[in-house]
Design a protein around this ligand. Structure first.
Ligand SMILES: Cc1ncc(COP(=O)(O)O)c(C=O)c1O
Length: 433
């Protein structure tokens, strides 16, 4: 029996704007259309017989044997959903697959106080979640995703950085922040974290760190935004650590973890599908945002994704993701080899265990003990020499100078990596002169 936090618990987390959103009068009645025998005169749904599409056929690689192609057809039955407006949280088929996945991967079952909702990529659902808890005076965030920094700032959040290392978030740093929090200031409401392949450093949080963080969430009453698009792109040698979403089942009550998944890195970023799995009161508030903004994610892409995923089953999905993560492991290995060859003595690397980025420190400080600064070097000189990468500063909430650089290796052939890092070496040596 899982205990989940009551609806009222979330009142203090919800932003003013989120509390003022009212249900869309048509959308809130749409479920009633399923009433047997009913004649619905409710919504302005266009008549699909006027649309040009009669069927959609796709070919996809088989997850069990990628040399074979399988044909997927969205015939008249699927097109009824795929060509029409749909439920705010997602189409029945995709939501059913997500419920199954979350039980399969994280042991989280239906009817235990949480539910999923689909977004146009996980960025969309993270943005909506920030808006629902926005206006926060204190928010703990680690340097995970530079795109998230503008998102939180747009919602009036103050960002506080928590230290990380090769084992993920340093719970001791988090504890110190929380225990020394000034009594007159409201405590942070949210910890945002990318536990797998933390973007940019590539570190993966260990189970011990996650347990400590969950304990702190209970003690200091904050939510954990688990942004986990690289969960299925883990290629480390250590056993895969369970998600926060799974581990919170060990707590006396669940409902502090809001999990974000993405199909962008696994099926296609062009599909634009991500999903949140979180406590119902928060997901309800996010759906009110969707209902007033974009109504729902394209039903066509949802049906394409769910037709593929349902034909694979969860075993097929895992087989596919294992192949994808093995692909990125090879890319990581090639990048690391090239870095050790070309930047020997000029850089220090944190070997990533997931995702598609390398986070490395350039040894460019003028004096020993000083932190170098990659901003001008990477943005200007390295670019002039024909390489584009990200200076580490853009990942730091306070934009302080740093000697780190983030490089993405997902698209590069081994020769390109070698040539790129050779150019980087030449630039560093020139700058030293
Ligand atoms: C950590 C992290 N979160 C979220 C996203 C956004 O993913 P999506 O394409 O699902 O919006 C990205 C994309 O790069 C990411 O790296």
């Amino acid at each position: 029996m899982v205990n989940f936090l009551p609806k009222e618990y979330y009142d203090r987390f919800l932003s003013d704007v989120s509390k003022t959103r009212i249900p869309n009068p048509i959308r809130s009645l749409l479920p009633l259309e399923k009433t047997p025998g009913l004649i619905s005169m409710l919504a302005g749904k266009p008549n699909a017989s006027t649309f040009p599409f009669t069927s959609i056929q796709l070919t996809a690689r088989s997850p069990m044997d990628p040399t074979k192609e399988e044909v997927l057809t969205l015939g008249p039955k699927e097109l009824v959903t795929a060509l029409q407006y749909g439920p705010t949280a997602g189409t029945h088929n995709l939501l059913e697959w997500i419920w199954g996945l979350q039980e399969f991967s994280h042991g989280r079952k239906c009817g235990e106080g949480w539910r999923p909702s689909v977004g146009s990529g996980s960025q969309d659902v993270i943005y909506k979640a920030c808006g629902c808890v926005g206006g926060i005076t204190g928010i703990c965030v680690r340097i995970d995703l530079c795109g998230v920094i503008p998102m939180f700032k747009a919602h009036g959040c103050t960002l506080i950085e928590v230290k990380t290392d090769g084992n993920g978030i340093q719970s001791s740093s988090l504890r110190e922040i929380l225990e020394n929090w000034p009594a007159e200031k409201p405590k942070p409401k949210v910890l945002y974290s990318v536990p797998y392949g933390c973007n940019p450093s590539g570190a993966t949080a260990t189970i011990e760190r996650k347990r400590e963080t969950l304990e702190l969430a209970r003690k200091h009453d904050f939510l954990i935004f688990e942004d986990d698009p690289y969960y299925y792109l883990y290629f480390g040698t250590r056993p895969r650590p369970p998600s926060y979403f799974k581990l919170e089942l060990e707590q006396p009550e669940v409902g502090r973890v809001v999990r974000f998944d993405s199909l962008s890195k696994i099926l296609s970023s062009g599909l634009g599908i991500g999903f949140v799995s979180g406590p119902e009161p928060l997901v309800n508030a996010m759906d009110l945002h969707t209902a007033t903004a974009n109504l729902q994610v394209s039903t066509l892409t949802q049906e394409i994704a769910s037709t593929l995923l349902r034909s694979w089953g969860h075993d097929g999905f895992i087989a596919h993701t294992e192949r994808v993560s093995a692909f990125y492991r090879q890319k990581r290995d090639a990048f690391e080899r090239a870095l050790r060859t070309h930047l020997d003595g000029l850089a220090e690397l944190d070997t990533p265990e997931a995702a598609m980025f390398v986070w490395f420190k350039l040894l460019i400080a003028d004096k020993p003990g000083e932190e170098g600064d990659t901003l001008d070097l990477v943005r200007n000189k390295v670019f002039e020499n024909g390489v584009l990468a990200l200076p580490g500063m853009v990942f730091l909430p306070d934009m302080r100078k740093t000697a780190y650089v983030r490089a993405s290796f997902s698209l590069l052939a081994e020769e390109e990596v070698n040539e790129g890092l050779r150019r980087l070496r030449v630039t560093i040596l020139d700058a030293r002169k």
